[in-house]
Design a protein around this ligand. Structure first.
Ligand code: ATP
Ligand code: MG
Length: 429
């Protein structure tokens, strides 16, 4: 017996009922990004593996165990399905000298791939909206990016998404903190798990990012990076906080917010909800001033964030958001050769006037077609039989409202009658 094929574990089909919420989300996101002057960029989904190793860092969850990497069987090149978008965006920026003349505000949306254990809010193919700004060194752009989040949650009708911020300082400050951290963890080596032991000397900061509950209390008492920041880093951090306070956006400083990627410095932030269970971070980002230089470009300050689309769509559904009704304005019923030919012309004519039309396909009796018209949720049925076709007319029948007589109209008068009726019922509401 042949086995039916299934999608890859952790990689989901987004079916129409769900996908309409995605489109609602994407439409809102696009107009929100325009309001802040961000422009679209689209990068490939596959990139050379070394890009991610260099950008994200060798000793990170993503690079150590989450990447879908493979060898191109034709030329032996090492390739990876992108686990995030910043690395590819920076590669494109450098490759096309995008930041040479002017600062850039860019965004992208699309699938990312990480080999994680699938669970609610955590998938192997998931989707992000990524937002990146290049060429701005001051705290203003960090703060604006955070304010953008607050506006988007409002635009989407979401509340209860809380803001956490932290500063990771500069590499030299992190080096001092790192030494203190290693000493501290060495004092607790008996309770460290294998991951933590392995990272103790390679990337101790990452231990703070652990999801192991047994380490939480010990991590909470670890030396705090913020105590190692110099005057400049502190001033940058305070600059961000000042804008947030002026804008009335509440936040908490979370000293354990270190982010799972190596490229961040100074400001980092996360937006977190408690409505999604364990996978509560819906948006995360920060400054990464070193990355462009590190990937071979001219040193360029940068800041960005990424949102998890699955998690935000889940929140929208949870909070009762509704996508635009997908029901058509008109369902076009027709029977007979002449009627069918006229029906195509009528359907296109109505669409020319901006109406959404479902043209019945597949034949069948008037009765069965009318059933489908009803089930489609359409506001009107337009019915054309050969009698109507002979005189260039059609029957217009309201499907959702009582008390409106079915009318026979010239096909050229249909659009006006339908649009007039749609406006009338809008006004009654
Ligand atoms: P987490 O701590 O949840 O693993 P992360 O720090 O690895 O998140 P980022 O790399 O910062 O996540 O990605 C930004 C956002 O993308 C996350 O805040 C989350 O909303 C979403 N995201 C990340 N990984 C996944 C995944 N496997 N499935 C669904 N969404 C994800
Ligand atoms: Mg992760």
């Amino acid at each position: 017996m042949s086995q039916t094929l299934q999608s890859v574990r952790g990689m989901n089909d987004i079916l129409p009922d769900e996908a309409e919420f995605w489109e609602l989300f994407e439409d809102t996101v696009r107009s929100w990004l325009k309001a802040y002057g961000y422009r679209p960029i689209r990068m490939p989904i596959v990139e050379p593996t070394p890009l991610f190793k260099r950008a994200i860092g060798e000793v990170t969850d993503i690079v150590e165990k989450e990447m879908y990497s493979f060898e191109d069987s034709l030329n032996g090149e090492q390739l990876t399905l992108r686990p995030e978008g910043t690395a590819g965006c920076v590669r494109a920026l450098i490759q096309h000298s995008l930041a040479a003349q002017q600062p850039r505000r860019l965004y992208y949306m699309g699938p990312m791939f990480r080999h994680e254990r699938p669970q609610k809010g955590r998938y192997r193919q998931f989707h992000q909206v990524g937002v990146e700004a290049f060429g701005f060194a001051g705290p203003d752009v960090d703060a604006e990016m955070i304010l953008m989040g607050a506006r988007l949650w409002a635009d989407l009708g979401l509340d209860g998404i809380e803001l956490q911020i932290n500063s990771l300082g500069q590499p030299d400050e992190r080096a001092q903190h790192r030494a203190a951290l290693i000493a501290y963890f060495e004092g607790h080596v008996d309770i460290l798990d294998d991951d933590a032991k392995r990272r103790l000397h390679t990337n101790p900061l990452r231990i703070l990012d652990t999801k192991n509950p047994a380490l939480q209390a010990m991590c909470a008492a670890a030396p705090k990076l913020i105590d190692y920041l110099g005057a400049e880093s502190l001033a940058h951090f305070e600059g961000v906080q000042r804008v947030l306070k002026d804008a009335g956006v509440p936040f908490t400083i979370n000293p354990r917010l270190v982010r799972g990627l190596d490229y961040y410095n100074l400001t980092v932030f996360e937006w977190v909800t408690d409505k999604l269970g364990a996978q509560g971070t819906v948006c995360a980002g920060g400054r990464y001033d070193g990355l462009v230089g590190q990937l071979g470009g001219k040193s360029t300050p940068a800041c960005g964030f990424a949102m998890g689309v699955e998690r935000l769509v889940a929140l929208i559904r949870e909070s009762g958001g509704e996508p635009q009704a997908a029901a058509p304005d008109v369902y076009l019923v027709h029977q007979g050769d002449a009627a069918s030919r006229l029906a195509f012309r009528v359907a296109e004519g109505l669409r020319d006037q901006g109406l959404n039309v479902l043209l019945h396909c597949g034949g069948g009796s008037f009765k069965s077609q009318m059933k489908k018209a009803d089930a489609s949720g359409a506001t009107f049925a337009v019915v054309i039989g050969d009698d109507e076709a002979a005189t260039g007319e059609a029957q217009l029948k309201a499907l959702r409202e009582e008390g409106i007589e079915q009318r026979k109209l010239k096909v050229d008068d249909l659009a006006e009658a339908i649009i007039g009726q749609l406006i009338d019922s809008d006004e009654e509401e």
